[in-house]
Design a protein around this ligand. Structure first.
Ligand SMILES: C[S@@+](CC[C@H](N)C(=O)[O-])C[C@H]1O[C@@H](n2cnc3c(N)ncnc32)[C@H](O)[C@@H]1O
Length: 290
């Protein structure tokens, strides 16, 4: 189908990167809500890697800077750099040990910028880049190179496949169309489940992995999933403009509208089982000392 759609509204980054979500005030509010929901889901312990007294920390795709500022508070003796395609909004006061760098991580590491020299970071954190990175082996390889011996990489990524309470995958045409559009842009919406192998493939070791559920209903065993459940229910609306960006050269406007409508239908509570969920993988691995 010919691409006749322009993205309908919202403001976006103006780089060549694949990232398909906006960077305007409503999106910043959504990201803040998402951060808070994850903090609640993780009982306030967002950072999992057993890092000892890091001196240099990187937060890649830092969004509103919320986790960057938290890293700076947790490790006050460290210098923390937050990188993002878009300017960081001034939602959080910037601590003295934080520096923000605007740019595409993939380009920045190739640029020769002396802030991104190999072997210099003790802790690299990145969260929710499944809609941003198109070359995961290259991405993880670049981080493995930036790490100092003994340094940790910690990634939090979703496996965007709906599952029931028995972990069986639930597919429907709109979800298949979404994965197809994303793949056409080089994105892997299931990268969460690949993180362990990706890290090991780049020579990182001592892998630690934990999974968290993003449920459709508040899970009885995890009452702290209430906020993330609310966020999940908001997703089909947030997806509208994203579909235009990802699928505009594959589907017509009418087809994209139909896919979004189907997605909304599938997200109705009456359509879902009580234990349906997505899965987020939190994986940390360490660069060997020798
Ligand atoms: C879903 S948001 C998550 C933000 C933040 N990590 C959090 O957890 O709140 C993804 C962020 O990654 C940024 N991003 C995507 N691709 C990027 C790239 N190639 N280089 C730098 N930042 C990128 C986007 O601009 C966006 O702010």
């Amino acid at each position: 189908m010919e691409n006749t759609n322009e993205p309908r509204k919202s403001r976006y980054h103006d780089t060549a990167a694949a990232y398909a979500l906006p960077n305007d005030a409503p999106e910043h509010q959504r990201l803040e809500l998402q951060c808070q929901a994850l903090e609640q889901l993780m009982h306030g312990s967002v950072f999992h890697a057993p890092v000892q007294q890091p001196k240099r920390i990187l937060d890649i795709g830092c969004g509103t800077g919320r986790a960057t500022v938290q890293l700076a508070a947790k490790f006050p003796d460290a210098q923390v750099i937050g990188i993002d395609l878009s300017a960081i909004p001034t939602l959080h006061p910037k601590p003295n040990n934080v520096e923000y760098v605007q740019g595409d991580f993939t380009e920045l590491v190739k640029s020769g910028d002396n802030r991104f020299q190999p072997g210099t970071y003790d802790y690299v954190f990145s969260r929710l880049l499944e809609l941003g990175m198109t070359d995961w082996p290259g991405y993880v390889g670049a981080i493995a190179s930036l790490l100092a011996p003994g340094g940790w990489f910690e990634a939090h990524e979703n496996d965007i496949a709906l599952r029931d309470g028995n972990e069986a995958e639930i597919t429907f045409p709109a979800s298949e169309a979404f994965h197809y559009m994303a793949r056409s842009k080089g994105l892997n919406l299931r990268v969460g489940r690949d993180l362990r192998q990706l890290m090991q493939g780049c020579g990182l070791a001592s892998v630690e992995e934990k999974t968290y559920k993003w449920p459709f209903f508040v899970l009885p065993e995890a009452p702290q999933s209430k906020m993330i459940h609310k966020l999940v229910m908001m997703l089909p609306v947030a997806m509208g403009s994203m579909f235009d960006r990802l699928g505009g050269n594959i589907y017509s406007s009418e087809e994209l509208d139909r896919i979004q409508e189907e997605m909304k239908e599938e997200f109705k509570q009456e359509r879902r089982g009580p234990l349906d969920h997505f899965k987020m993988h939190v994986v940390a691995a360490r660069k060997p000392l020798h």
